[in-house]
Design a protein. Structure first.
Length: 381
């Protein structure tokens, strides 16, 4: 029963992400905002994320509960998301976008923490659980694309309400994850943040996250610039997420302890190839085909990153460590990628935009290679 609930919640939560991350920029442009304005607003959401994710992560660690914090956040996210997609006022769109960022984005690290720890307790692979998250994102991306095209942009609000309500009910019946009896302290947090291995790892995540987040934000807009519609945006994100499913499901075969840095670096290499191809193609259908490369980028990158993080972070700081990882991927890098990405896209266009993403990913790849060599030398010492 608990296995089914855990997998169902992952489906619902990542379905909610599909309603927000890919389609919020599309919704904003439909309300008359340009790429720079979209980038600024989403960048502001990144600032909110920087505050909200650590806050709720530490609340979870402090009160030794993940489930109760998730319940609160789902409730507030559902209300905010429903209201957001009902509005056309520029001011209210900004306000409610920031509200949703404040409550939805902290759910990501807490959900990953819940899934990873529960998987250990239930003696199932994390990948088998995360597969349902990819499935939820894929299916909802496809549904939303057609729903917005058939029933209008505001129809997404009702999907938001349904997924949020069902997700809340599922989590209500989930067991909380076991916590460590070791108390958290300021000294422990300082040790965590200034650990050398942690810093080197987070730099890698930060550099590689910037182009990945730029793509998440502007892919839908770029499809539109190539004369694609919302149905094609939905299909693109459906294909992108659907290709993750097999990789997550087979993670028990390829995700081996001690090889996390190598896997992360390989995934970054394919990110560079993916963005290069995205810049070359001239057709929205060709751009959609490029999204197949998601299978060798995000699922490998993020799953290996979580496993590596849990190896170097003390058990009592797992939720906070997961929050720091998500903070870099969705928060700090989100601010830079949205604001800078919006400017680059507006001034230089989509093709140059994606060439720059490929260059940044190449830099991250070279840094990853350096870390792998360093790790190998340490193992021989």
């Amino acid at each position: 029963m608990q296995k089914t609930l855990l997998k169902s919640y992952n489906f619902m939560f990542f379905g909610l992400l599909a309603l927000f991350i890919p389609f919020l920029p599309v919704y904003m442009t439909a309300q008359g905002l340009n790429e720079s304005e979209v980038g600024i607003i989403i960048g502001a959401g990144g600032f909110i994320t920087i505050i909200a994710q650590p806050f709720f992560g530490m609340i979870s660690d402090r009160f030794k509960t993940v489930r109760k914090v998730i319940l609160l956040l789902i409730l507030l996210t559902t209300i905010g998301g429903f209201a957001l997609y009902q509005l056309s006022s520029f001011t209210m769109i900004i306000v409610l976008t920031l509200v949703v960022y404040a409550f939805l984005m902290p759910l990501d690290p807490l959900t990953e923490s819940l899934s990873f720890t529960s998987s250990e307790v239930l003696k199932i692979s994390y990948g088998s659980v995360r597969t349902y998250g990819a499935l939820g994102f894929a299916i909802m991306s496809l549904i939303v694309g057609y729903t917005m095209d058939w029933f209008g942009m505001s129809s997404i609000s009702y999907l938001f309400a349904i997924l949020g309500t069902v997700g809340f009910i599922i989590v209500f019946f989930l067991r909380d994850v076991p916590t460590t009896v070791v108390p958290i302290s300021k000294a422990g947090l300082k040790k965590l943040l200034f650990d050398k291995e942690m810093i080197l790892f987070l730099i890698l995540i930060f550099i590689s996250s910037i182009p990945a987040r730029m793509n998440d934000t502007f892919l839908g807009i770029h499809i539109g610039s190539l004369n694609g519609d919302t149905k094609l945006v939905g299909i693109a994100f459906f294909i992108s997420a659907a290709t993750e499913i097999l990789i997550f499901a087979l993670s028990f075969l390829w995700l081996k302890k001690g090889r996390e840095l190598q896997l992360i670096t390989i995934a970054i290499f394919f990110y560079a190839i993916r963005f290069l191809l995205s810049g070359i193609v001239e057709s929205p259908y060709a751009l959609i085909a490029v999204q197949v490369l998601q299978m060798v980028t995000f699922p490998i990158f993020y799953t290996a990153a979580i496993q590596y993080l849990y190896q170097i972070v003390p058990a009592e700081w797992r939720a906070t460590g997961q929050t720091i990882l998500a903070l870099l991927f969705f928060g700090i890098s989100g601010i830079i990628s949205s604001a800078l990405g919006g400017y680059i896209y507006t001034i230089f266009g989509g093709h140059i935009f994606y060439y720059m993403l490929s260059i940044i990913s190449t830099i991250a790849f070279l840094y990853g290679v350096a870390l792998v060599i360093r790790q190998h030398r340490k193992s021989l010492a």
